[in-house]
Design a protein around this ligand. Structure first.
Ligand SMILES: [Zn+2]
Length: 307
């Protein structure tokens, strides 16, 4: 089967040199994937910008306008961690709708993979930790509001806790949020998800996988989802600049395979987003983010990654 890949050429953002966020990571990932053996099994889809009428299901009108017109205060920009630009505003509108499109395509195909997304620190009235709009909450709330499915499970395996998603979705009984993260990492103040697993910095790779497996079992007892949004963050990697864990690429791939196989067996569609990942080496970072695409091809097309 062809696996839908969702990407827009305008995802990358201009940033000062040596900024902790890699400004070209989305384009780098696309270039790597489109030249890889995976491309023949994929179809690329391009999102349109989100509409304000859909963003208001997640964000305050005031905050949306600040992003649209560039009216963030110095303090707000500092919390966001990215300088406002027209490009940043446009890519934020595109990327949230990218995750929405990924969710729609997952519902019709069983799987769809976004080459962006996982902006889980964005709260309803402010951006934080490089996250402008919350794509996971945006996709989940809009898909449900439009009657495209009833119950959504968000599994967030980024090394940082999904505080924004937890906060925005906390009163929504149809969205179950799960975050598996390093307890000592950003954000300092965590927001309670429906289910959280806080990990010690020195957790072993095999114990990490066990924690993920137990989270899958517990969550699927709590909610019978019609759709899973999976944040396959790679900042758990041992060489990640901002992560605190000690997990290799081999185990990130194992984790991704575990999550995809678990829901594939239950016939639950899965939309994946790349989540966090930080490195000065753009190629290494793109390779880490490509693991979820290899995992999808293995689970849905039975093609193993050539290592
Ligand atoms: Zn992260």
């Amino acid at each position: 089967m062809k696996i839908p890949w969702i990407f827009h050429q305008e995802y990358d953002i201009p940033l000062p040199k040596n900024h902790r966020f890699s400004s070209s990571k989305f384009g780098d990932l696309y270039t790597l994937l489109i030249d890889s053996e995976l491309a023949k099994d994929a179809d690329v889809f391009i999102p349109t910008p989100a509409k304000d009428s859909k963003l208001v299901r997640v964000h305050t009108r005031e905050y949306i306008n600040k992003i649209k017109h560039g009216n963030l205060s110095v303090e707000e920009e500092k919390v966001l961690g990215l300088p406002w630009s027209k490009t940043l505003s446009r890519r934020s509108y595109l990327a949230v709708n990218g995750t929405y499109l990924t969710s729609e395509l997952a519902l019709s195909n069983g799987i769809a993979c976004h080459l962006a997304g996982g902006t889980h620190h964005a709260h309803s009235s402010y951006g934080s930790g490089f996250c402008v709009f919350n794509d996971l909450a945006y996709a989940a709330k809009n898909i449900i509001s439009e009657g495209k499915c009833k119950k959504i499970l968000i599994i967030d395996c980024d090394v940082h806790q999904g505080d924004g998603t937890a906060n925005i979705c906390k009163n929504d009984n149809n969205i179950f949020t799960c975050s598996i993260h390093a307890s000592n990492n950003f954000p300092t103040v965590k927001v309670k998800s429906d289910f959280d697993i806080a990990l010690d910095d020195n957790i072993s790779e095999s114990n990490y996988l066990k924690k993920v497996q137990s989270a899958l079992n517990i969550c699927s007892k709590e909610i019978k989802p019609d759709l899973v949004l999976y944040d396959a963050g790679v900042d758990i990697h041992k060489n990640d600049k901002l992560g605190r864990l000690n997990i290799s690429s081999k185990y990130i791939l194992k984790r991704d395979l575990e999550v995809l196989k678990f829901f594939r067996k239950k016939d639950v569609p899965i939309a994946t987003v790349i989540g966090g990942g930080y490195s000065n080496d753009n190629l290494e970072l793109a390779e880490r983010h490509s693991l979820i695409f290899y995992a999808a091809n293995q689970v849905f097309n039975h093609k193993k990654m050539n290592t």
